[in-house]
Design a protein around this ligand. Sequence first.
Ligand code: MN
Length: 297
Amino acid sequence: MTIESWPAHHAQLGPLTIRRALPVRQRRMVGPWCFLDRYGPLTFQAGKPMDVAPHPHMGLQTVSWLLDGEVLHRDSLGFESLIVAGELNVMTSGRAIAHSEETPGRSSGVLNGVQLWVALPDAVRNSDPAFNHYHDLPVIESRDGSATVIMGALEGVHSPALSFSPMIGAQLSIVRGGELWLDLNRRFEHALFVLDGSATLEGEQLSPDILYYLAPDRAELSLSSPDNARILLLGGTPFEERILMWWNFVARTHDEIERARSEWQTGTRFGEVKGYAGARIDAPALTGRAAPPNPAS
Ligand code: MN
């Protein structure tokens, strides 16, 4: 079965260089997943390699997942939450929320993780915002590796995290020399993204920082690794609604984006993030029309 692949592109997030694997020009979404930033691994002696000042979101969930290190989240609902590797922060923006994310004052001096967004279906995208932290996620263990279920469900094992459409987000770990088999939901499209180590998907070598896309109607997956690879598996039923993404917003129309931008600038909608030392992020200028929807749907 053919596997499509696209390289992540580099972008700057404050002081942090990230690799953005979603959206790419050829692929805007995988299931409801519409954004994937990979950062680290990096080490530091002082300062804050992650320092994203208060900014707004609407129409999406942010899914924060670390492989190493710590990130401190604060939001306009008043939540302050430190995540460490293996724990999960999910922020459901609904119609409006603002947050900041930064390396905490006391940290282990390493940073390694991913930042993901899930588009909310129309029926819930204007709901009240929410924030949830999850300490423990279910793990599917096998002889040759494991799968931590971050969002949605895999092989009948469900993440406790709040979600609103059929999806999977999982971290797969393969032991050295192992071959990990997983049953997939045939209705889902999937993507694989190598986090560390090297892996082979049914004979094809997978490289880091490349998004590998697997079309629907695939019943299983077999991954091998010579060296303890960790891989992110994303998927879901192809998102039927046409979305528009601009800056930190997921919307349906250009007018919604224009209004959200203006209501962030005037401070009338997204609330205030307390406790962050510094100024909030101004919205960029909105020129022309917002980005086109997923060309594949
Ligand atoms: Mn954000």
